[in-house]
Design a binder for this molecule. Structure first.
Ligand SMILES: C[S@@+](CC[C@H](N)C(=O)[O-])C[C@H]1O[C@@H](n2cnc3c(N)ncnc32)[C@H](O)[C@@H]1O
Length: 238
């Protein structure tokens, strides 16, 4: 069997998003399974406990299960958790234990202090994609200023649950508004640094198959800006 080729630089690109096991690309704004797979293989060992506090359709959790890591998946939205539950329903002959909770990432009371080996997560990019209509505490309903206030609380909670010396990773992109860029990614990273995390890596991930790119493709020639075609993956340690 061909061994999986891990990324070895700070620029990542996965033109073929990956559709092994029960992965599907149909949850809006989901991430390619190559991303959690690379992060989990680099930063954890078998039987470690991983947290994804913005689990969505469960991409991270499926990878944790396949790689025999335990995981906790949190999402504010029950619809997302139901998709995760369905996609985690497969046999892979190992002892990985995956727990799912409907909960706000700002207050994960079921998780003990200093108990998580690795955080691997993917928050909404403020209100770029709305994941619910009016769900209380859904970060995807907030404009970027309010989003940063809530992310401050999330990052404090993530700092609380992560073991000392261990790593936290998340992916996020920037926003373009009225032709200008709002650096949501670096602002979010700064919130984590303000709360005690130490920056280990900034990875640039090329975006493929983005719906809005198709929309702008023909029009962009006559406009005075470029299409945003990258996101950031930050690795921070406690
Ligand atoms: C970008 S999506 C995650 C997609 C995921 N990586 C996947 O591959 O399916 C962000 C998720 O954050 C969830 N979310 C929004 N606010 C939240 C909060 N306060 N606590 C926990 N989850 C939240 C949304 O419901 C959404 O499913």
């Amino acid at each position: 069997m061909k061994t999986y080729e891990l990324q070895n630089t700070t620029i990542w690109s996965f033109p073929d998003r990956g559709n092994w096991a029960t992965h599907k690309g149909d949850y809006r704004g989901n991430w390619s399974p190559h991303i959690p797979k690379n992060l989990i293989l680099k930063y954890t060992k078998q039987n470690d406990l991983i947290l994804d506090c913005f689990a969505g359709s469960g991409t991270t959790l499926i990878e944790a299960k396949l790689l025999n890591r335990n995981a906790i998946g949190i999402d504010i939205n029950n619809d997302a958790l139901n998709i995760s539950k369905e996609r985690l329903h497969f046999d892979c002959h190992n002892s990985a234990k995956i727990e799912l909770y409907q909960c706000d990432a700002k207050k994960m009371t079921m998780i003990k202090d200093n108990s998580i080996d690795f955080i691997c997560t993917h928050p909404p990019y403020a209100n770029i994609i709305k994941y619910s209509k009016n769900l209380e505490n859904d970060l995807s309903l907030l404009d970027y200023k309010d989003f940063l206030l809530h992310i401050d609380k999330v990052s404090k909670e993530l700092y609380r649950v992560l073991k000392q010396g261990h790593n936290c990773s998340f992916m996020i992109g920037d926003i373009r508004k009225n032709g200008n860029v709002i650096p949501l990614a670096f602002n979010t990273m700064q919130v984590f640094l303000n709360n005690g995390f130490i920056l280990k890596e900034i990875i640039i991930k090329e975006q493929h198959n983005c719906g809005s790119t198709k929309y702008w493709q023909d029009k962009i020639r006559n406009l005075n800006f470029y299409l945003l075609a990258h996101e950031y993956i930050f690795i921070l340690s406690k």
